[in-house]
Design a protein around this ligand. Structure first.
Ligand SMILES: NC(=O)c1ccc[n+]([C@@H]2O[C@H](COP(=O)([O-])OP(=O)(O)OC[C@H]3O[C@@H](n4cnc5c(N)ncnc54)[C@H](OP(=O)(O)O)[C@@H]3O)[C@@H](O)[C@H]2O)c1
Length: 239
């Protein structure tokens, strides 16, 4: 066991969080309290801090596409991704913002909302072959729809489709239901976890919410950063 001594000075976050240049890569970015809660008052915002928000936005800037579950889109009132402070130079040669890719079976989404109507990079919908035909048509009018799987999204096939569209730097923003399936499918390469210095109890979920992962991935600590008692852990998959 060893103590992690704080290094003096600021870190270059763009360099620290750079995606590997040579392969497709799925990163997840999540926040949890010290007692493992992934929600506070049914949202994740109450767990964060300014540095966490900054990192959340920077990781979007580094990504080619942001995968998120419809549960999170509804709970957090997601709008489209917009350019942010700290993105200078990080998107050179790419679209000004990454599209969102929303996972939904029911397609219970407001296709007239800004997330679809004001997205600079058209929002993608990842859905199943048995989704409601009328809603599927509405989705196709406002979004780039990827159908993968019959009753349940085939995450592996959906990610292949995203990669085929040139999206190699993937960012998953959860929620816990989606992340559990991404991990179960063996698709996760990296977890960025913010540990929030709070003890909450109650009945929130953990950052993965699903059945036991059949083959739990082994992860290696790539770095640990600190800001105002929050920890920013970056774990990558051991191969
Ligand atoms: N702590 C964190 O870092 C963090 C991050 C994100 C979110 N959150 C919080 O977590 C909560 C939301 O998480 P959640 O787990 O309930 O929702 P979620 O994972 O964001 O989304 C779940 C939804 O995704 C769709 N979906 C999931 N699996 C599917 C499959 N196999 N096939 C087709 N569609 C599928 C379904 O959408 P339909 O219902 O539309 O079919 C399902 O209801 C919110 O409270 C949010 O604030 C926390």
């Amino acid at each position: 066991m060893r103590i992690l001594s704080p290094e003096a000075g600021d870190v270059d976050l763009v360099e620290r969080y750079a995606y590997p240049p040579d392969r497709a890569w799925m990163r997840a970015n999540m926040v949890a309290s010290l007692d493992g809660a992934a929600q506070r008052d049914e949202r994740s915002g109450g767990l964060g801090c300014p540095a966490d928000q900054h990192l959340f936005l920077l990781l979007r800037g580094l990504a080619d596409v942001v995968v998120v579950g419809a549960g999170t889109v509804r709970a957090e009132g997601y709008g489209p991704v917009r350019p942010s402070e700290g993105w200078e130079g990080v998107r050179d040669g790419r679209a000004p913002v990454p599209p969102l890719a929303v996972v939904s079976r029911t397609l219970d989404l407001d296709f007239d909302a800004p997330i679809f109507t004001e997205a600079a990079s058209p929002t993608i919908v990842l859905t199943t072959a048995t989704s409601d035909p009328a809603r599927l048509e509405a989705a196709r009018e406002r979004a780039d729809v990827i159908v993968a799987g019959r009753d349940s999204l085939d995450f592996t096939a959906a990610v292949k489709e995203l990669e085929a569209r040139g999206h190699r730097r993937l960012l998953c923003e959860g929620g816990p239901g989606v992340l559990a399936q991404v991990v179960a499918a063996g698709l996760l390469d990296e977890l960025c976890l913010t540990i929030s210095p709070l003890l909450l109890a109650g009945h929130p979920t953990r950052i993965l919410n699903g059945p036991p992962v059949p083959v739990p991935p082994e992860l290696t600590l790539a770095h640990a950063l600190e800001d105002e008692n929050f920890l920013f852990l970056r774990y990558t998959r051991s191969r």
